[in-house]
Design a protein around this ligand. Structure first.
Ligand code: AMP
Ligand code: GLY
Length: 423
């Protein structure tokens, strides 16, 4: 089978790597890919938002499965166009992808189907949003409605921060049209966990749990990022809580969407806060998380290509997934300045040495090849991932590999897995 993976980050490197292990897959293309993905896939320079270009590529290469990594092409209807062209595509269609693409839409669905989440209000104008803030005691959470690469959320600790967030989103339009609406919501206290699940629109099969580290700096300080590291499993999600997540969140979401006439197929990602009242939804994503994918897929022992075909062909209820008991950890090495502005083009050294550390996988995120060297080409540069019999072993291996890698301005968190390691 010939497969096309769409995207160019650490998630897509992991997807290509995992799909390459399937006996059914004999050729992988990746559009546009990165310098690390080249090891397992043929990279083709087509942008993730060039929908006609991607459809043409899939037809030209006689691709039998397209896997869409990032949210933007899902929200733009890539899966709809591929399906219309008769090409099996893994991921939700445009309508279903609204679950991630509009936080206001997601909130409405949760309210209607009694899915636990933070109390919230949605505003279409800045003035009433600012007036509403005057009535609230911080902390409050301010969110841009649309897609903002994980950066459109501000947890405001002071009234001034909350006002500034509304102004940046709605008046300065820092995230463009994603800020046409703003959601102001109750601050939830607790520990976060990500639950990803395969779904064909009826059956739902959760994957093993993971925890992302969204803040830029150690101790969960600094601005929000796309994710600075992750580990799996997350012990905060006990088997009892996982059963509640399935019953109170995952199934009601999929059946609620179906009642609205929407079939969601692909990966449903529930970003949860485990509060004193139980699990509550912080956000949905319509795809694998990045870097959650990097820690979840190395633990999957089943054939990923087969699972994806089952999702597309509505056969998921027949499927059982097998998982390794190993723990995994991923440390993201980022460019100096990320998540703000950063420079590109710095040479990355030590990749070969890092790959020799037992049990590690150096997944590339923002890298490119330049004159025979591998250079930085994005904010998140590498997802250095490792497995071990314990979380401590996985974390130690990941950091041993990180220590061998050098590039100008590199920064990374030194406390990945801290919550689970302390408990
Ligand atoms: P989101 O993109 O909606 O998941 O938000 C990004 C991050 O902001 C989350 O991972 C949380 O750390 C934080 N966050 C979002 N909503 C809330 C909330 N209601 N209460 C506390 N923290 C939140
Ligand atoms: N790591 C969070 C996300 O992928 O949205």
């Amino acid at each position: 089978m010939r497969v096309l993976v769409v995207g160019s980050g650490g998630r897509e490197h992991t997807l290509c790597w995992k799909l390459s292990q399937s006996p059914r897959v004999n050729k992988i293309y990746c559009a546009p890919g990165n310098a690390g993905i080249e090891a397992t896939a043929e990279c083709v320079k087509v942008d993730v938002m060039d929908i006609p270009g991607l459809v043409r590529l899939a037809i030209l290469k006689e691709v039998e499965l397209v896997v869409v990594g990032p949210e933007a092409p899902l929200a733009a209807g890539l899966v709809d166009e591929l399906t219309a062209a008769g090409i099996p595509a893994f991921g939700p269609n445009k309508e279903a992808a609204r679950l991630e693409g509009s936080k206001a839409f997601a909130k409405k669905l949760m309210l209607k189907y009694n899915i636990p989440t933070a109390a919230s209000h949605t505003f279409e104008e800045a003035a009433p949003a600012l007036a509403y803030l005057d009535k609230l005691a911080p902390p409050v959470v301010v969110k841009a409605d649309g897609l903002a690469a994980g950066k459109g959320v501000v947890v405001a600790r002071t009234p001034a921060e909350a006002r500034e967030a509304v102004e940046r989103i709605m008046i300065q339009k820092e995230f463009g049209a994603a800020g046409d609406r703003v959601i102001i919501e109750e601050f939830l206290d607790g520990e976060e966990v990500s639950v990803l699940a395969f779904t064909d629109g009826e059956a739902v099969i959760p994957m093993v749990s993971s925890q992302d580290h969204k803040a830029a700096y150690d101790g969960d300080t600094g601005p929000n990022t796309g994710g600075m590291g992750a580990y799996s499993p997350a012990p905060v999600l006990t088997p009892e809580l996982m059963a509640r997540v399935e019953k109170e969140i995952l199934y009601p979401t999929i059946t609620g969407l179906r009642r609205e006439g929407i079939t969601f197929k692909g990966v449903l990602y529930a970003g949860l806060m485990i509060t004193a009242d139980g699990p509550k939804v912080l956000e949905y994503n319509a795809r694998f998380g990045d870097p959650e994918c990097q820690v979840v897929l190395p633990r999957l022992e089943s054939d990923l290509a087969e699972v994806m075909l089952d999702v597309i062909n509505n056969n998921l209820s027949e499927r059982k997934l097998r998982w390794s008991d190993d723990h995994t950890a991923c440390v993201v090495m980022a460019s100096g300045g990320y998540p703000g502005t950063y420079e590109k083009g710095w040479i990355i050294e030590g990749l070969e040495e890092a790959a020799t550390v037992e049990g590690t996988y150096v997944f590339h995120a923002g890298t490119a090849r330049k004159g025979g060297k591998i250079v930085t080409a994005g904010g998140r540069v590498l997802s250095v991932t490792a497995r071990g019999e314990t979380l401590a072993a996985a974390v130690n291996r990941a950091y041993a590999a990180v220590a061998k890698i050098r590039f100008q301005g590199a920064h990374y968190r030194r406390d990945i897995g801290h919550r689970a390691l302390q408990s």
